[in-house]
Design a protein around this ligand. Structure first.
Ligand code: NDP
Length: 287
């Protein structure tokens, strides 16, 4: 079997086209476009690329976007001051704080400071609490991108066994919470570095989502023939190329469908950020 390629890049472009039309309509009705402010602290090259890609996507879809770049040695007070200013700016509907922050800054304190109505990354305690209590507002962008990719490829999740590798707050944990929502109705197993007999669990998956940050960790022997494999991982290798968490060349021979890296979940994450920003803009103006 050779797996069907789940092309996240193409789908993300389609979604961004749809969002551009909705943003245009929003602007006509409300007199201003949806707006996203990105905050970048320090010089992390990967973060600079991610933020630039998010800004480009905003511009392409007719959203306003602002980049606030702070020096590496910025204090907690500087950063909290900027976030407070953005919280009160009516043109800014969404605030994105690019992670990771330099080590001397308290990430939780910073994420907690973003106004819940502008938390378009969906990492803040109110967004995650609402999701856990079955009343989601902003879904975290990466797991939301996984869901939309499955749905737009007509891959059913209801009643299916989804095994998620990774339990981070930004990918693994919310992935499980999203799929457990009433109406989506997946059966979810979440694995982590202390899980025993990992391969025996992954082999039970109808849908396997890998988000652990280890290049080519998931081998063909860990995948049930015919399973759908979603690779969230982005790992920079020594030669500078990107690799996912899945051994793509081997696993595509056993899976029924698989995402590539790059061109899979990465672009979907950006499309979902725009989706959340438009949603935040609508929410702000409906209040
Ligand atoms: P984290 O490092 O925060 O979490 C990794 C998770 O994987 C942890 O829960 C960890 O377990 C688990 N893990 C690590 N090693 C193993 C192992 N050998 N077996 C089972 N579980 C293991 O990473 P993130 O969730 O932030 O990111 C994961 C990957 O996804 C990275 O490659 C990242 O670059 C990528 N990513 C991609 C995005 C995109 O847009 N496509 C967006 C965000 C992330 P434990 O909790 O026990 O330590």
């Amino acid at each position: 079997m050779t797996a069907k390629l789940l092309d996240g890049k193409f789908l993300a472009q389609t979604l961004q086209g749809e969002l551009a039309l909705q943003a245009q309509q929003f602007q006509q009705e409300r007199g201003l476009p949806p707006g996203l402010a990105a905050v970048l602290v320090g010089e992390n090259p990967a973060s600079q690329v991610y933020v630039r890609n998010k800004q480009k996507a905003c511009e392409k879809s007719g959203f306003s976007s602002w980049l606030h770049q702070l020096p590496e040695n910025s204090s907690q007070a500087d950063l909290l001051g900027l976030i407070s200013q953005l919280n009160h700016d009516p043109k800014v509907h969404g605030i994105l704080v690019q992670l990771p922050l330099p080590k001397h800054l308290d990430t939780n304190l910073v994420l907690d400071a973003v106004a819940p109505g502008k938390d378009v990354d969906g990492f803040g305690p109110e967004s995650l609490g609402l999701l856990a209590s079955g009343r989601p507002r902003f879904l975290p962008c990466t797991p939301h991108g996984v869901l939309i990719l499955l749905q737009r490829n007509y891959i059913p999740v209801a009643g299916k066994h989804v095994v998620v590798l990774g339990r981070s707050t930004i990918v693994g944990k919310p992935m499980g919470l999203i799929l457990l929502q009433q109406g989506l109705d997946a059966t979810v197993t979440t694995c982590h570095s202390r899980t025993e007999n990992l391969a025996s669990l992954t082999r039970q998956a109808d849908i396997l989502v890998a988000a652990i940050g280890k290049a080519r960790f998931v081998t063909a022997g860990m995948v049930r023939p015919g399973a759908v494999v979603i690779d969230v991982g982005i790992n920079r290798q020594e030669d500078g190329k990107l690799a996912g968490d899945v051994d793509f060349e081997e696993v595509k021979k056993v899976a029924s469908a698989i995402t590539p890296v790059p061109g899979g979940i990465g672009p979907m994450t950006i499309a979902m950020l725009l989706h959340n920003t438009l949603q935040a803009a609508r929410l702000a103006l409906s209040r």
